[in-house]
Write a protein that binds this ligand. Structure first.
Ligand code: PEP
Ligand code: MN
Length: 372
């Protein structure tokens, strides 16, 4: 599947001057003063050389437990309206129902996002999509909380079919029960796959909700730039210690300024013919190396097939656990000696093992060539 959706480029709805699209602001709008101080400090970063293009502030907070802070609701919207005028930057908030959308529009919100707990529900996404018909507001769509690419794709398609062209995806990571240093697993291959399905869809990284902790924000923001994301949405609070939601992951505006100043922004491609030539040469070498890998695998599989025939003719079981344990261990050790990641080599051999078993099962059930 690969479809060029009718999506406007980011630059149709925001002036970026070649910089990544940066949205920053508190997890939640808690008071007019908190919002004002945070948004002004973020805007002032722009004089210091960093660039914040838009302010985020949650009004309705989807919380796992009912007794957590669920956002200030409609009461926060007039604060946003006032502060937006004072600061002169566009504001974004999360909507989870058609009513939220209606209120957001009434108070002049510039962009809306659909949260991870909404993207999982096609009924709700469709209701929001229906409400968006004929409305010209950019919509950012977060990945679903569970690692299911189809749900993300489906939500984007529903919004797009409602006629919305200003769309971007937000990668906020995936909920996990596995022990992990992050609050949500990044699973980078999922947004990369999304991008290969919709090549013109802008992708914005949300290191805050992946990290869950301030200390991991910089590495995640850099990784997003390294794989050429179009922007970042980062939570920033004037005083994170007293934040009513997501306190551990919010940064002061000053700390956010530091993070942005250190960020190395990569170019998608180079314009220098010399660099381009060098890149081409490296790609040619990679192509040759890949061909050798495929030849080596084909060679291995031919031996596997021969072994399968031998096992079949002598009535030996295909799978011998001791042999495979030895294969996994020795290959990982060989890989390590050649400076390869041990886990990577072990994973690779799991796949090779599965294919070898499949191949030998095929041979086992094929006619014995010795039979007349
Ligand atoms: C948020 O952006 O504050 C939020 C609730 O995000 P998510 O939907 O990614 O959990
Ligand atoms: Mn949050």
């Amino acid at each position: 599947m690969n479809s060029t959706l009718d999506i406007s480029p980011l630059t149709d709805w925001i002036t970026l001057d070649g910089k990544p699209f940066i949205i920053a602001g508190p997890c939640s709008a808690e008071s007019e003063e908190q919002l004002r101080q945070t948004a002004l400090a973020l805007k002032n970063l722009n004089q210091a050389g960093s660039r914040v293009h838009a302010i985020r502030a949650g009004v309705w907070k989807p919380r796992t437990r009912p007794n957590s802070f669920e956002g200030m609701g409609e009461a926060a919207l007039p604060w946003i309206q006032t502060v937006r005028k004072e600061v002169g930057l566009p504001f974004a908030t999360e909507i989870a129902t058609p009513q939220h959308l209606e209120l957001a529009l009434k108070y002049g919100i510039d962009f809306v996002w659909i949260g991870a707990r909404t993207t999982v529900n096609p009924f709700t996404v469709q209701e929001i999509a229906d409400a968006l018909r004929g409305v010209d507001i950019p919509v950012l769509i977060k990945n679903p909380i569970n690692p299911e690419l189809a749900l993300w794709v489906g939500a984007i398609e529903r919004i797009q079919r409602a006629g919305v062209k200003k769309i971007a995806a937000i990668h906020r990571g995936f909920s996990t029960h596995q022990p992990s240093k992050y609050r949500n697993l990044p699973l980078w291959q999922i947004p990369i796959e999304l991008k290969s399905i919709f090549p013109n869809l802008p992708i914005i990284g949300d290191p805050s909700h992946i990290a869950g902790k301030r200390e991991f924000l910089a590495e995640l923001a850099q990784k997003a730039m390294d794989i050429n994301y179009d922007g970042l949405i980062i939570e920033s609070h004037i005083n994170p210690a007293v934040a009513l939601s997501d306190a551990a992951q919010q940064l002061t505006p000053a700390a956010l300024g530091d993070l942005l100043a250190r960020l190395q922004v990569r170019q998608a491609r180079t314009t220098s013919p010399e660099t381009q030539g060098q890149m081409e040469e490296l790609r040619n070498r990679m192509d040759r190396a890949d061909r050798e890998i495929i030849e080596a695998i084909a060679n291995r599989m031919a031996i596997v097939e021969e072994a399968g025939e031998h096992k079949r003719d002598h009535n030996i079981a295909i799978f011998q656990v001791e042999r495979w344990n030895e294969v996994f261990k020795t290959r990982a050790d060989w890989g390590e000696k050649m400076h390869l990641n041990k886990e990577f080599v072990a994973e690779l051999y799991k796949v090779i093992h599965l294919e070898s078993i499949r191949k030998q099962t095929e041979v086992m059930h094929s006619a014995n060539s010795g039979e007349v």
